[in-house]
Design a protein around this ligand. Structure first.
Ligand code: AMP
Length: 180
């Protein structure tokens, strides 16, 4: 069993970052506390130990940090879902809407095989738009999204609607834009 850890004690909340009106949840406080980081990785490995996963997909960039030790510990391939233009091979891309504007993520075609069961990992789920784009790419490649795991969830942004049909797990949820 993973040792319990109260993640709220190490997640810094930064108002008006990176722009006015956004309360930014900073996961760097988790990374500098090894027992907090171990808790995140251990819970994920325990939760999906019997999920018969074939790969872990990691979202650029903070998702990489959490997904990498999970993939290593579970001896699974690690598939990078990258921001546009970073991958040299043939890719599958998805554009998606941001609060202001849009963004694109992509995955190497050769990194995903039809029929694979893949867990997607990110640091935080806000609107769910990035994860939805990642899930759509994996589906287009013929894989099955076995679940979505993130350290932090902001359910008041209604990501469960955007990600309807997917099994979602988070370690800590914040229920309003101004939790204090
Ligand atoms: P979204 O597509 O809206 O779910 O946004 C997801 C990505 O944006 C995550 O990978 C987070 O790293 C980042 N993000 C969005 N909102 C926040 C926030 N309030 N605090 C920290 N990171 C955020």
């Amino acid at each position: 069993m993973a040792a319990q850890f109260d993640l709220d004690t190490v997640i810094r909340k930064v108002p008006d970052f990176p722009k006015p009106g956004i309360l930014f949840y900073d996961v760097t406080g988790i990374l500098v506390h090894p027992e907090a980081f171990a808790y995140c990785v251990d819970v994920a490995c325990e939760r999906y130990a019997h999920a018969a996963l074939d790969a872990i997909a990691a979202i650029d960039a903070r998702g990489f940090v959490f997904a990498s030790p999970i993939a290593y510990r579970m001896s699974l391939p690690l598939v990078l879902v990258r921001k546009n233009g970073k991958l040299p091979g043939r890719t599958i891309k998805r554009r998606f809407a941001l609060e202001y504007g849009e963004d694109t993520v992509e995955v190497h075609r050769s990194d995903v095989r039809p029929g694979q069961k893949i867990l997607i990992v990110d640091d935080l789920i806000a609107t769910g738009g990035t994860l939805k784009a990642a899930a759509d790419i994996l589906s287009e490649a013929g894989a099955a999204v076995a679940g979505i795991f993130a350290v932090i969830g902001l359910p008041f942004l209604n990501y469960r609607n955007v990600l309807a049909g997917h099994e979602i797990a988070t370690l800590i949820d914040y229920h309003s834009e101004h939790p204090e």
